[in-house]
Design a protein around this ligand. Structure first.
Ligand SMILES: [Mn+2]
Length: 344
């Protein structure tokens, strides 16, 4: 309670505020950042939102998008750096370890500003002065909603803020299908709809805005790049740099692809390996009875949630996939039959 009181006191006078979120922001990352930014602006603060990298085109409809600075863009970097240096408060949203924001991480660590961490990932690093954190929350957007209510400011949530928050909750629950879709999720979302979030319109903006190239890429990946190992309850995609180039892949184009592998009958573990400029990026998904975050953390320098995690590898694409297959073979007992994996 003491930390919350201190946090409230910090916000009781106008502040210069810097909000950031993890690399390659998804709807929860950007929605929580912009939902919070729009609220803090209404409270009279001077707010900047800076992302460590670019993000998918299907998120650019959110209010405040045009003012977002991309730290990886040479033209935005000087202003973003100045905003961080002058900030009195820094909000870190939808990530719990500072290496999730690249170069910004060390700058935040060194900053004298009051640092706030709002997040729902496992094992948070101790870098914040105030942490509003719960792994029970399905999305950081759910926590931002709760924090605004906690501040006694529910009446300040308008249609645009509700839309940002709705988007993050919708996508982090896989369209209200994942095991994290709790009663509270439905209650929060009901409030957001009441305030004016249009559920059909938001799902249309996010899920039904494919380019022809993206749809063809998904078709290609399912036809040519899907490996199914029924004996291991596992299916995965292997996407090379060449594949991404051929389909003129944009940021966000591989998002959701891994779910097709998990949708197969009998498959409990799904992965997507994609070859990027800086190494192999890995997404893991699992059915509700399989914990994939520990596996990602132990073997692929990653982590995340029980049923959705990420990782990376500096080996070649081929070697990474071979290593993955042999690890799944070795860890079968632990992954698919253990009773002790029910961490949330
Ligand atoms: Mn999230």
């Amino acid at each position: 309670m003491e930390a919350l009181a201190k946090f409230k006191k910090e916000l009781s006078s106008p502040k210069k505020i810097f909000i950031t979120t993890h690399v390659k922001p998804d709807a929860d990352a950007l929605g929580s950042s912009l939902g919070l930014a729009n609220y803090l602006i209404k409270k009279g603060h001077d707010v900047s939102v800076v992302t460590p990298t670019d993000y998918p085109y299907f998120l650019t409809w959110m209010k405040g998008n045009d003012e977002v600075l991309d730290f990886s863009k040479a033209s935005d970097k000087p202003l973003a750096t100045a905003k961080l240096e002058e900030a009195e408060m820094i909000f870190c949203l939808d990530f719990s370890v500072l290496n999730r924001v690249n170069e910004l991480g060390e700058m935040i660590r060194k900053s004298k500003a009051f640092v706030v961490n709002i997040d729902h990932h496992q094992d948070p690093e101790d870098f914040a002065d105030f942490r509003f954190w719960s792994t029970k929350a399905a999305a950081t957007c759910e926590l931002v909603y709760e924090l605004i209510v906690e501040m006694g400011d529910k009446s300040l949530i308008d249609k645009e803020i509700a839309e940002c928050l709705y988007a993050g909750i919708m996508t982090d629950t896989g369209g209200f299908r994942h095991p994290n879709t709790t009663k509270n999720v439905h209650l929060v979302v009901a409030e957001l709809i009441d305030i004016g979030a249009d559920s059909a319109q938001i799902s249309n903006l996010i899920y039904d805005s494919n380019s022809v190239n993206r749809l063809k890429f998904i078709g290609f990946a399912i036809t040519r790049r899907l490996v199914v190992r029924e004996d291991l309850h596992t299916a995965y995609f292997v996407i090379s740099k060449k594949d991404l180039k051929k389909y003129q892949s944009q940021t966000g184009d591989t998002e959701g692809l891994v779910n097709y592998a998990l949708s197969l009958d009998g498959i409990k573990l799904a992965a997507l390996f994609s070859e990027r400029e800086d190494g192999i990026k890995i997404s893991f998904r699992s059915s509700s009875d399989v914990a994939v975050n520990k596996f990602a953390a132990s073997y692929f320098s990653g982590g995340g949630h029980k049923n959705a995690a990420g990782g990376k590898s500096t080996q070649s694409l081929k070697d990474t996939v071979e290593r993955f297959e042999s690890l799944v073979t070795q860890c079968q007992e632990e992954l698919f039959h253990s009773e002790s994996v029910t961490v949330d």
